[in-house]
Design a protein around this ligand. Structure first.
Ligand code: 3PY
Ligand code: MG
Length: 266
């Protein structure tokens, strides 16, 4: 299975991904067909079951799209099941400070570095037949899987160095919407912009992958020039809504109701 680290190293361009909230195989084929490099299956903001995540993981990985999961919270149970299902990494929402980052890192590293449980007879262990055996399952889980802290609060930016240096935290993802809410200022304001710039600068200085979500190519180019190593270009429901609004508007302008079509008897 392709890892996110491989994608970071080997893609011709920095990896581009999408948040996905709709567990449809049709959508997975469309996403893979247009060359999206990775998806973040979004369990924080979508009503996806653990089974949905499992089916999406199997499907996206077999289509060559690297699956990550944004978990709902900082708990162990479901996230551990996603790792054993073979996801390439986890995004933890709302990591406020270094202490939370260190606890998350420990929870998803195997002993002696952490406390993650062994589940070799799982999909991640190729059902107990992974070449290299248990040692490779543990190495892959520690070294190839990525654990990203989401930096989306004022406090997270204040403690960014501690988050970046937490053992087991392999990189960060900056959430501009929640950061803006937490700072009580619009995402386009100078304060929020400076906070995002600072988080990117510190990640670059620490040599850790950093990504964020962008809304247009100019913003993408600016973030890449600053040092972002991967980008999310939106989410399935948002993209579909915008495309549908544009389509309905286009037809609404050209289609006029006539008396004969109105169905009203004259
Ligand atoms: C945020 O912006 O808050 C996110 O979680 C990602 O878009
Ligand atoms: Mg958020």
């Amino acid at each position: 299975m392709k890892s996110f680290r491989t994608l970071l190293k080997s893609a011709d361009r920095p990896p581009l991904g999408l948040f996905v909230k709709i567990p449809a195989p049709e959508l997975a084929e469309i996403i893979a067909g247009v060359g999206v490099d990775f998806v973040v299956i979004d369990t924080e903001h979508a009503l996806l079951s653990v089974r949905d995540v499992y089916h999406m993981t199997v499907l996206y990985s077999s289509l060559g799209v690297v699956p990550l999961v944004r978990v709902t919270d900082h708990g162990y149970g479901d996230a551990q099941r996603y790792l054993d299902a073979g996801v390439a990494g986890l995004l933890f929402p709302h990591v406020s400070n270094g202490a939370e980052a260190r606890a998350l890192g420990r929870q998803f590293l195997f002993p002696p570095r952490g406390t993650r449980g062994m589940g070799f007879a799982s999909r991640a262990g190729r059902w107990g037949r992974l070449p290299g055996g248990r040692a490779e399952y543990v190495r892959y889980g520690n070294e190839e899987v990525v654990r990203f802290a989401m930096v989306e609060e004022r406090e997270s930016v204040d403690d960014i160095d501690a988050i970046l240096s937490a053992e087991g935290i392999d990189g960060i993802f900056i959430g501009p919407s929640d950061l803006s809410l937490s700072m009580g200022a619009p995402a386009s304001s100078p304060e929020v912009s400076a906070a995002i710039d600072r988080a990117i600068e510190q990640a670059v200085a620490a040599g850790k992958p950093v990504g964020t979500v962008v809304s247009d190519p100019a913003e993408a180019a600016r973030r890449l020039a600053q040092g972002c190593t991967y980008l999310l270009i939106g989410n399935d429901t948002g993209i579909f809504s915008r495309a549908l609004v544009a389509s309905v508007e286009k037809f609404a302008q050209s289609v006029q109701r006539t008396g004969a079509q109105s169905g009203v008897a004259s």
